[in-house]
Structures are given as structure tokens and as C-alpha cells.
Write a protein that binds this ligand. Structure first.
Ligand code: BMA
Length: 356
């Protein structure tokens, strides 16, 4: 049972303190899972809120509610959280989730035997806008050494480091500067050069390491599908990346489910096949870092789309995005009462899908 193995590795790494290289232990657990053909299922923000509920009194809440568990009887094996807002010293992240709750949920999940991954949608350090503010192509340049915002940006990184250090020695996956081959974030493809992007990733890793954050597995997760050449065009380097990931969503748009679903499965398999080759060449792990179909409008998405998309690839985990409590159509996992429950249960019960 891989989930029991994960439990052992996390507890060991957390309780033994700095003498145990927790990142190495977590990497080896994830490698074992991938080699055994097992895929950990993950969900963003799963313990903090769901489609129509929200943890309010987080200090006394046991954090036992989960849309995924309400439907499947089990927690997701992987929990994702976003650190957007930590850089300003905010009390809650960009989606209104208190960082105290995020910390508690992450540690609770790790104690239960799960794996935690953090993304980060920081604000735009040059304009003061949000992560999606692409009004300037000078933002990355401004935070690198020699740039006007470099000093302030180091303070931002230090706040990220302080938060991650507050998790003790729990090993976690960190996935900054994601979807960088598109141009919808200020660190995107048309907003900086490849060298500037790589320098941004390295600066982040170097600064966090200097601040004592040594318990991370670093994930590089461009949007896909892209060719191997494009994937590598901004790859920061084998010495700073541990996991090769990709973010690919299904979009239905004007198409019917069959067309959209077939396209999604094709795109995902093509990208995961590329990652399998690149990861094997570099002895890296690979994951499907973000995916989903907003509103789950295809009732058989789990068994007929997601499962065929990942089947046979050594992805150590697949994570579907959040179930927003305040935007009724913005959800990527089912909740109790939603029509596609049976299909999700069937997916969770597949022998190669690991839940907690
Ligand atoms: C996006 C959406 C936004 C959210 C952001 C960060 O994909 O879900 O509503 O603010 O992720 O979680």
C-alpha cells in the first residue's frame, strides 16, 4: 500500500528534524509509487472549502470535511494550496483562505499520510496588479539582480520562505512560475526572455535555500501540450528541478463532449509521453500538475477522459483544480449531490489510483 508508505516517510521526515533529508525521502516514495504504476489523486484546496461550504473557525475545526471524501469516502492523496498573497504579508491568500488554515490543513494532511503541493500566484511586483497583470514586459527584469524591484522581491521570497519554514521539516512540493509558456501571467512566454525566466526560477530556489528551506521538491510545470523543444526552451535546469509537470485542461467551448474529450485525451497523452521521455533521460519524477474540466459538464469525465489520459504513464500524481465555494460553476471535483458522483467513485476505485 503506497499510501501507508507515504505515511511512514512523512512522519519520519517530520519528526526526525533536519537530520533527515525529507525531500529525498518524499522523492523516493513518489518514485516507488510511479514505478508500481500507481497515481496519487490530488485536489486543490480540498480541506479548506468545497462547492458550497467553507471552513470558518479553522483553529478549532478538525478539517474532516472534503468534497472528495463526501463523494468517495476517502481524502485525496495529494492536496494543493496556493501561496498568492503571502509575499505581501497578507493574512489570507488571493482566494481568501487564511494562511493559518493553509498551514494547519497542510500539516493535518501530511499527518494523515498525504502529500502537499504549493503553487504561487504572486502579485505583479512592478505594477501592483495581480499575477494576471501582463501590462508590462519588464516585470521579470525588474526583480532580477540589478533590477529596480530586486530588493523588494527578495523580501517577497523571504516571506514565502518563512511560511514554508513554518511547516517544520515536512517535505512538500513547490511549483512556482507555472504555465510559463503561455502569456497570461507576468512571467509568461511573451513577457520575458528564456534566460530571464530561468534566472527567476533560480533566484527563487537560491533564495529559499539560503533561508533554510531545504525540504522542497521543485516542480516545473508549463502549460501543455507543447513539443519537447518548447518544454525545454525555458527549463531552468536539472540542478533546480525535481519533478517535470504540465498543466492541461479540457475546454468544451462550442464543441460537443466527444470532440472536446477526444482532443483532451490526445493532448494529455501526447504531453505525458513527451514528459516520460524527458523525465527518464534526466532521472526526474513526472506529474500531471493541474488538470480538469470546469463544471464537470461531461458526466463520464473521470473514467472516460482523465483515466484514459493518464493510463500507463509513470505520473506520480494528478491534481484537479479547486471547487470554489463562492463561484457556483467553478469546480473541478464532484460534491455530494452532484450528478457525476458514480463516475468519480469508479475512478477512485481503479486499482492504480491512490486515495487516502
Ligand atoms: C485560478 C482560478 C482563480 C483563482 C486562482 C488561484 O485558476 O481558480 O479563481 O484565484 O486559480 O487559486
Amino acid at each position: 500500500m503506497i499510501s501507508l508508505l507515504l505515511q511512514g516517510c512523512h512522519r519520519g521526515a517530520r519528526n526526525a528534524g533536519e537530520s533527515v533529508p525529507g525531500d529525498k525521502v518524499l522523492a523516493s516514495c513518489l518514485k516507488d509509487a510511479a514505478e508500481a504504476g500507481e497515481v496519487l489523486y490530488g485536489h486543490q484546496d480540498d480541506l479548506s472549502y468545497g462547492h458550497s461550504w467553507l471552513v470558518t473557525d479553522w483553529e478549532s475545526d478538525a478539517l474532516e470535511r472534503s468534497d472528495v471524501r463526501d463523494v468517495s469516502g476517502k481524502y485525496p492523496a495529494v492536496l494543493g494550496f496556493d501561496l498568492g498573497g503571502i509575499e505581501l504579508g497578507d493574512a489570507a491568500n488571493l482566494d481568501g483562505v487564511p494562511f493559518g488554515l493553509i498551514r494547519k490543513a497542510a500539516l493535518t494532511h501530511i499527518d494523515r499520510g498525504g502529500v502537499v503541493t504549493f503553487s504561487w500566484h504572486p502579485r505583479n511586483p512592478l505594477t501592483g496588479g495581480d499575477a494576471w497583470d501582463i501590462s508590462s514586459d519588464q516585470v521579470v527584469a525588474s526583480v532580477l539582480e540589478g533590477g529596480d524591484k530586486h530588493g523588494e522581491f527578495l523580501v517577497w521570497l523571504d516571506r514565502v520562505a518563512d511560511f514554508l519554514n513554518s511547516l517544520g521539516h515536512a517535505p512538500v512540493i513547490f511549483r512556482p512560475w507555472h504555465e510559463n509558456l503561455g502569456s497570461w501571467f507576468w512571467w509568461g512566454g511573451k513577457l520575458c526572455s528564456a534566460d530571464q525566466y530561468k534566472a527567476l526560477f533560480r533566484l527563487t530556489r537560491d533564495r529559499l535555500t539560503e533561508k533554510g528551506v531545504t525540504n522542497l521538491l521543485w516542480c516545473y510545470s508549463p502549460n501543455g501540450p507543447v513539443s519537447a523543444g518548447d518544454y525545454l526552451s525555458r527549463y531552468p535546469g536539472d540542478d533546480v528541478v525535481d519533478i517535470l509537470g504540465t498543466d492541461i485542461y479540457e475546454y468544451v467551448g462550442q464543441d460537443d463532449f466527444e470532440t472536446a474529450g477526444t482532443r483532451y485525451v490526445g493532448q494529455a497523452r501526447e504531453m505525458l509521453s513527451t514528459l516520460e521521455t524527458l523525465a527518464a533521460e534526466r532521472s526526474k519524477l513526472m506529474c500531471f500538475s493541474e488538470t480538469g474540466l470546469e463544471g464537470l459538464v461531461d458526466p463520464h469525465w473521470w473514467t472516460e477522459r482523465l483515466y484514459p489520459a493518464i493510463k500507463g504513464f509513470p505520473v506520480c500524481y494528478v491534481l484537479t483544480w479547486r471547487n470554489a465555494h463562492d463561484k457556483p460553476g467553478h469546480f473541478y471535483a464532484p460534491w455530494k449531490g452532484f450528478a457525476g458522483e458514480d463516475d468519480f467513485r469508479a475512478f477512485c476505485e481503479m486499482e492504480d489510483i491512490v486515495m487516502l
